[in-house]
Design a protein around this ligand. Structure first.
Ligand code: HGY
Ligand code: MN
Ligand code: MN
Length: 443
């Protein structure tokens, strides 16, 4: 039986009304071929890249634009009224029969990291479109509206702050980020205008939480746990919180041949000691809190030359932890360690954390409904945390949100070898369809 509690309003409505919302059984055939359909579209979408031969699709770039046009077309084929919103999200909507005046949101993101994989984000968007398409083709009228979203700024590669699209829908958009500039000095505002979006209308995108049943995101696990347990899918219990920081070190540029070692203020050697300190602090904490991770992913040495002592260096810090307390304590320890290193070496260091996303627990009612959908599709209701960030975390505290993870082959992601099998994609598609069916009162 799929009947399980959801958010009381919807569940209460479903069980207490004496009207049969819909026929009790999903029409035959609606379940077939989901995996092949979704996997095929993932391949097609992967052609839209900013770097030939690599999977790089940055927010508001040319590849994002072509992907938006393709996703709009697929959404319309799936019976969704589709448009591009002011924040660069692609929104598809199919009205329900009006019996529940709320919408169910499904989706994920279509932007990628540089030279990434083709499943990260796109799997969730295309699974949602495929489920909408099956319901449409089978003539299944849901009692609630169905909204499918393709967010465009989840990876946050082009601009320092990420999750701008989902934060806009969650009513958490901070207009200050419109002034952030990318590596070419193009502001987010300019990029949005060039993309055909109106940045001044982003504030109007916030969804009324009383009108949303919840948000469910299907996403690759990007880690080894499901594979280690020989499982295709799993329920995400919560998402680690994150900080992103930037460290600027100022020393003295000098001639590599003439500045004696004892007189140097070498910014790159200082950065090297700092990067090891970041790793040391996180490793020490991870011994009793396995979920804490810290990464220096980018370092820039302006005007670098083989025969010049670097005077300025900037590097990034990505810090995550399952609890906000652990993360803030570790952030403070890292900042202190870096400032001490700079002081001892006689250089200046600015350690700034510009971006913060609190840890986000999944909604218990949605977890229960997801567990029912897994049960109805013959899958164990295995639960696991997410160390990776996702759009789902933007909704925390505003709209019930949950995630379904799908096995990542060898647990790898954010690289070309990222892979999820058609069979696992099919399982996830069936679970997603069963989840929607369950919410709509189908057996
Ligand atoms: O950084 C993350 O966790 C996600 O992949 N954007
Ligand atoms: Mn992702
Ligand atoms: Mn990612």
């Amino acid at each position: 039986m799929i009947k399980r509690a959801l958010s009381l309003s919807a569940y209460g409505w479903i069980m207490n009304s004496n009207r049969r919302i819909n026929t009790k059984q999903m029409p035959e055939g609606v379940w077939d071929g989901l995996g092949v359909e979704i996997a095929h579209k993932i391949e097609l979408l992967s052609a839209f890249t900013d770097e030939k031969g690599k999977m790089t699709r940055l927010y508001l770039g040319p590849a994002h634009r072509r992907s938006v046009d393709q996703v709009l077309a697929w959404m319309r084929e799936a019976g969704l009224e589709a448009h591009l919103d002011a924040a660069g999200n692609v929104i598809g909507r199919r009205p329900g029969n009006g019996e529940i005046q709320k919408s169910l949101m499904l989706g994920s993101h279509i932007d990628t990291v540089r030279n990434g994989g083709i499943y990260d984000g796109t799997l969730g968007v295309l699974s949602a479109i495929a489920v909408a398409s099956r319901l449409h083709r089978a003539g299944v009228q849901l009692p609630f509206d169905l909204e499918v979203v393709a967010f465009g700024d989840e990876e946050g590669v082009r601009y320092p702050t990420t999750l701008s699209g989902s934060r806009a829908l969650a009513g958490k958009f901070d207009a200050k980020v419109l002034d952030e500039v990318d590596a070419d000095g193009i502001s987010r505002r300019e990029a949005l205008l060039a993309f055909g979006c109106d940045p001044d209308k982003i504030g109007e995108l916030a969804r009324d939480p009383t009108k949303v049943l919840g948000y469910l995101e299907v996403h690759i696990e990007q880690g080894p746990v499901l594979e280690a347990n020989d499982l295709a899918v799993g329920i995400v219990t919560g998402i680690s919180g994150a900080n992103r920081g930037r460290v600027r070190i100022e020393g003295e540029t000098g001639h590599a041949g003439t500045v004696p070692m004892a007189l140097r203020k070498d910014a790159l050697a200082t950065a090297a000691e700092m990067i090891l300190a970041v790793e040391r602090e996180a490793r020490a904490r991870a011994e009793h809190d396995a979920g804490i991770v810290a990464t220096v992913g980018r370092i820039e040495v302006p005007n670098a030359a083989v025969n010049t002592v670097p005077g300025v260096v900037e590097f990034t810090i990505d810090l995550r932890a399952p609890t906000d307390k652990t993360r803030s304590e570790t952030r403070e320890r890292i900042a202190l360690a870096l400032e001490t290193i700079a002081e001892v070496r006689g250089l200046r260091a600015d350690v700034g954390f510009s971006y913060e996303a609190p840890a986000a627990a999944s909604d218990p009612h949605l977890i229960e409904q997801l567990a029912a959908a897994l049960e109805n599709t013959g899958q164990p209701a295995f639960k696991l945390p997410s160390g990776a960030g996702h759009d789902a975390m933007s909704f925390s505290g505003h709209i019930p949100a949950a995630m379904l993870f799908v096995r990542s082959s060898a647990g790898v992601s954010h690289r070309p070898e990222e892979y999820t099998s058609v069979e696992d994609i099919d399982v996830a598609g069936r679970v997603l369809l069963a989840f929607v069916a369950g919410l709509a009162g189908y057996e």
